[in-house]
Design a protein around this ligand. Structure first.
Ligand code: FES
Length: 299
């Protein structure tokens, strides 16, 4: 029986160098390698993985059951689950249920092949129970007939997979250059600002906000978080949904911020809270006009 090449084994991260991507990299390499093995050998390896998974899942379930009644354990486990590695492993073993955002995304994944076969796609703009907002892209956007059909398909998929979501809003013409029109020459306008008269005030220049970065900005006597994702800029009140604390100094990585106080983790593109999906950051409307980033406070 052949063995995995030494390069793969020595790629395993050791010590503290263990972010999720680093940990998953050698696993993906081994999975790709196993694809090249004879069927019998591959089935044996898969069976071993399944047996180990079952063992680990049962051990984790027993651990959680044993800890559950201990004072402060629920909170400690919630905080532990805000770590991406802990979250990923608990999710894989079914100890944590998928959050609302993941469930809606999974429902959209189910209809994406149909949309793609007509040259279109759909993206999730925001999740705010009982409503979600989606945006149709490509051929799905701007064609009334196909939009109706696709909207019905998306609505049905979400209703079946996430029954607590009862309202599907549709963001129209807001991606990239399509934001112009009702909002003057702006080339990006945050979805919930569409078509409404707003008191826009300059908050930053686009060049001061490099792609992928987040800035804490003092704005109109408030503190807000400005984040850039390509041409899209989001703005949220710099106040944790847990106890309202400013999150200055919280870890910001890969489009997520972790509150420095008790570890609540938020997606800076949607404002969704991964730690407690029933809450989210308070959004403010944003528009990008040339190099100018304007914000209109939501209240
Ligand atoms: S997690 Fe408690 S204030 Fe942010």
């Amino acid at each position: 029986m052949s063995t995995a090449p030494a390069t793969i084994e020595t790629d395993f991260p050791r010590g503290d160098a263990t972010d999720l991507d680093a940990l998953l990299k050698p696993l993906r390499a081994l999975e790709a390698l196993a694809e090249t093995w004879p069927e019998e050998q591959r089935n044996g390896a898969m069976a071993r993985v399944a047996a180990l998974d079952a063992l680990h899942a049962e051990a984790l379930r027993r651990l959680v059951r044993a800890l559950k009644s201990a004072p402060g354990a629920a909170r400690a486990m919630r905080e532990a689950a805000s770590d991406e590695v802990v979250y990923a492993v608990l999710r894989r073993h079914g100890v944590l249920k998928p959050n609302l955002f993941e469930r809606v995304e999974a429902a959209l994944d189910a209809v994406r092949p149909t949309l793609a076969s007509h040259g279109g796609d759909v993206e999730l703009v925001s999740v705010a129970p009982p409503a979600v907002e989606v945006r149709f892209l490509g051929a799905c956007d701007g064609c009334p007939a196909s939009a109706l059909t696709f909207y019905a398909g998306v609505k049905k998929a979400i209703a079946e997979a996430v029954p607590e979501i009862t309202e599907i809003k549709q963001a129209r013409g807001l991606g990239g250059a399509k934001g112009a029109g009702a909002n003057g020459g702006a080339h990006f306008v945050s979805p919930f600002a569409a078509g409404k008269a707003r008191d826009w005030r300059r908050a930053s220049s686009l060049t001061d906000l490099p792609d992928g970065e987040t800035r804490v900005v003092a704005f109109e006597g408030r503190s807000v978080l400005l984040s850039r994702f390509g041409e899209e800029v989001t703005c949220f009140e710099n106040a944790c949904a847990h106890m309202g604390m400013a999150m200055d100094g919280g870890e910001i990585a890969d489009g997520f911020i972790t509150c420095p106080y008790h570890g609540f983790k938020y997606a800076l593109q949607s404002g969704e809270c991964l730690t407690a999906p029933e809450v989210q950051l308070r959004p403010h409307a944003v528009r990008v006009d040339g190099d100018r980033v304007d914000v209109a406070l939501s209240d």
